[in-house]
Design a protein around this ligand. Structure first.
Ligand SMILES: *Cc1c(COP(=O)(O)O)cnc(C)c1O
Length: 484
């Protein structure tokens, strides 16, 4: 078959692909949430060399159906609540194929994909209360969004020409501020930016797992007195561990008083600005200098889709812009060059048409559809927390916030923290491998806990009941079997 397929062949194979998509999504609820890849299959995949000659598409699709589709990550299933991973919006799935059919680079230019990304960014400005003069980009996820935002903060605040000289001539030491509950990507970004994780001031979190604003203020004042240069405060709007939302309004006030950049990590919780319960608290993200939000989490856009918004568009451009002669355009918004290039505002040059799947998923749901799905997930998490509270053999381990519930299995025979942790570790592994439901774990104040994060428009009360029944059945069995 030649590289350039006929329309008929594209249609024939495309229909097979659509059947695979429909079968996958509709059969998931009847399948185990997770089953590990059999070692023979993993070995076979690893030992099969790249094909020398073309393989017929029917054969390729058969291999997908036999060896790949049966071993999903688990998300997409109504009882998958691990990490922060959602099922995909169907229009987002199709959008990925359509985007690939057009296959533009969204570095810039005057083609439709660029204008779709501009539109999507505008939708998020509206959602988060950012001014039209701010700038935004779609990136791979919250990690890239945070790295991008903190790069702009560094450019403005480090006091030297960091693009020319790096940090070596810096007159003063630097500091970043985030709570003990901040996502690891902020630390990774600070390490990559050359500050070193030693520059992070870890601000304690209270019993509600929110950053202590008084401790933040004290840390900033202490550093000011010691001639340490603050670069940025990272507040979290929906921590990964417990869903806690830092007091954005108070923190924005502190940052304004100290003239410090405020980055709000709303990768997980940002979309809940649409929710009935958390809308008010999250609207204060509009006071930030930058925000990260992941459409591939609670907006059900297929991975990867992250978003960064930066209030000061000029600073963002001057932190990143480098236009060699082979990229220079006429600068005319109506010509080939189009509006200022996205590649001047971030690290990537060739950029995929991520915007289409965001654009299509947002139309599939509409803001009202998202609000309903998010409100539902929050209510479902509340139901889960209530059931945990009323069960004698379960303990709620953190105040539920957004759609995260942390809990564990308890039994009077378990003596001490170590025994409880060991039992819950074993329980979780058996639950995950059993395929009935999939949750994950975390550590809260050094204690191992089970963690469910419901960002899933397919989940129901019956699913929560089934997960808890499975947890308790496994817990009882393990307790009866005694310590390992
Ligand atoms: C998921 C998450 C991130 C990281 O985002 P990626 O999309 O995985 O890169 C950052 N912060 C929070 C709060 C998150 O939940």
């Amino acid at each position: 078959m030649p590289a350039d397929w006929t329309a008929d062949e594209i249609r024939r194979v495309g229909r097979l692909v659509v059947d695979l998509i429909a079968d996958h999504l509709s059969s998931l609820p009847r399948e185990p949430v997770f089953r590990p890849v059999p070692p023979e299959l993993a070995d076979r995949l690893l030992s099969t060399p790249a094909p020398l000659d073309p393989v017929p598409p029917d054969e390729v699709l058969r291999a997908f159906q036999d060896a790949i589709e049966p071993y999903p990550f688990g998300n997409g299933h109504p009882r998958f609540w691990g990490w922060v991973n959602s099922p995909p919006a169907v229009m987002g799935i199709f959008a990925d194929a359509l985007a690939a059919a057009m296959n533009p680079s969204c570095a810039g230019g005057n083609h439709a994909a660029v204008h779709v990304e501009r539109q999507v960014v505008q939708w998020f400005r509206d959602l988060l209360g950012f001014p039209a003069s701010s700038m935004g980009l779609l990136v791979s996820g919250g990690s890239m969004a945070t790295l991008t935002a903190l790069t702009v903060a560094r450019h403005l605040a480090c006091g030297v020409d960091v693009r020319a000289n790096g940090l070596r001539d810096a007159p003063r030491p630097f500091a970043f501020y985030m709570s003990s509950e901040a996502h690891g990507c902020a630390r990774k970004a600070i390490e990559l930016l050359g500050f070193g994780s030693g520059s992070i001031r870890t601000i304690p979190a209270g019993a509600d797992y929110r950053m202590s604003v008084d401790a933040l203020e004290a840390a900033l004042e202490g550093d000011r007195a010691r001639q340490v240069q603050p670069i940025a405060v990272v507040a979290t709007a929906g921590t990964t561990n417990t869903g806690a939302i830092d007091d954005l309004d108070a923190i924005a006030g502190v940052c304004r008083r100290h003239g410090v950049w405020l980055h709000v990590d709303a990768a997980y919780g940002g979309p809940a600005v649409l929710s009935t319960e958390y809308g008010d608290r999250l609207r204060a993200a509009s006071r930030a200098d930058s925000v990260a939000l992941d459409p591939h989490k609670w907006l059900f856009v297929p991975v990867e889709a992250g978003l960064v918004l930066v209030r000061d568009a000029g600073a963002m451009r001057s932190a990143f812009s480098l236009v060699p002669p082979y990229l220079r355009t006429d600068g005319s918004a109506t010509g080939v060059g189009g509006p200022p290039w996205f590649s001047e505002y971030g690290f990537q040059q060739t950029r995929g048409f991520r915007a289409l799947k965001v654009w299509m998923a947002m139309q599939q749901f509409g803001l009202n559809g998202y609000k309903a799905a998010i409100d539902d997930n929050i209510a479902l998490a509340r139901y889960l927390a209530d059931r945990v509270r009323s069960a004698p053999d379960l303990g709620l381990m953190a105040p539920p916030s957004l759609s995260v519930v942390c809990f564990r299995y308890l039994d009077a025979s378990l003596n001490g923290e170590e025994a409880v942790a060991a039992l819950n570790r074993a329980l979780l592994e058996r639950l995950q491998l059993g395929g009935e439901a999939f949750i994950t774990s975390t550590e809260l104040r050094g204690r191992f806990v089970l963690r469910a994060c419901i960002v899933n428009y397919r989940s129901t009360h019956a699913d929560v009941d089934r997960m808890l029944d499975a947890v308790r059945a496994i817990g009882r069995e393990l307790v009866a079997a005694g310590p390992p």
